[in-house]
Design a protein around this ligand. Sequence first.
Ligand SMILES: Cc1ncc(COP(=O)(O)O)c(C=O)c1O
Length: 382
Amino acid sequence: MTRGSNSGGGDLDRQLASYRNEFPVLQNKLYLNSCSLGAIPHRALDALDEFGGDWASEGTVAWEKWMKKSDLLRRRLADLLGVSPRTICLQPNVSAALASIASVMDFQSRSQVVSSTLEFPTVLYQWQTREGIDLRLADSPDGIGVPRESYVDLIGPDTALVPISHVLYGTGAIQDVRGITAHAHEEGARVLLDTYHSAGVMPVDLARLEVDFAVGGVLKWLCGGPGCAFLYVREDLLDELNPAGIGWFAHADQFAFSPEFEPSEDATKFSFGTPAVGPIYTALASLEIFEEIGMDQIREKNVALIDRLVEGARDLGLDMYSPEDPDRRGGAVFIGVDNPHEVLARLVEAEVVVDVRGGKVRVSPHFYNTREEIDAFLDLLA
Ligand SMILES: Cc1ncc(COP(=O)(O)O)c(C=O)c1O
């Protein structure tokens, strides 16, 4: 099946339609699964070729360029997240970043971690598998969002850390990050924000949100591929925090090969060892597109597509398992259908890529999708 380009109205639609040719998967599939794996653009494929070429032609000399690319990626991610590059450290994945954060917390003085039942499992396993941590989970009264009050009930003088998602992975609900953070800080607890389902599909301003730590990755909405994640540490915490279990890339002067560890002065003190370089190339190439378009525009397009999806699903009499309030909806919606696996098989047959999660069809359009594609998807649900 070949998908045509966007014929929706408006300058933004026209501008974004010009990006469709960048994404090969859009030629073959109705691709609505960007919250799982973002589509790879041609320029990231070219970047992979460049990576191979540099390696092939330069050998170890390529490391100079690779280190520069890694630094540039930190700067690009910092711009995207509204913070200084000093506060960003590349990580192999979010789970590793969480382990580093765990290592700088003093769980003897305060033993509680307050998270929620709707967090992504890896965020909860981190605390479940450590001795001496009292993990408390805030409830979601409607199964869609976790209100500030649910956290307020649990956060207290023994709370060390509050890991929350900006957008919940299983419902697409945007959380009241500022409200929860303000309360956590009043109680002397730190806040760790998981931005995996916000960075790349809506503006994220970590400085404004005032969180202490943040994690995320380039795999999903940022279209950068697997193998590269990031950690943010608030600038004024950098001096006082000394992570354990780090690697030689965390040294202030790693190529001195000193047997004595001396931490780097910025967030790179949270680094491990040799990074996967290919994903740095692909992430840089993909991020260029996000810079060109702008995050406000990407959010505007996503909101328009999600509004259309919600309206169309409601017209079909289907239940939504995402927030009623459009302002609290992130980039994905969850639609209830009878026999979800039968529906999924039908969609697969029609070259539609979505997922079934918790018995609901999860649909996550991105800036490169069109209103016509949403309508074609809705026709298949009817
Ligand atoms: C919200 C959220 N956090 C974390 C992760 C996983 O992190 P990683 O595989 O990078 O450890 C995912 C993966 O799907 C996720 O959706």
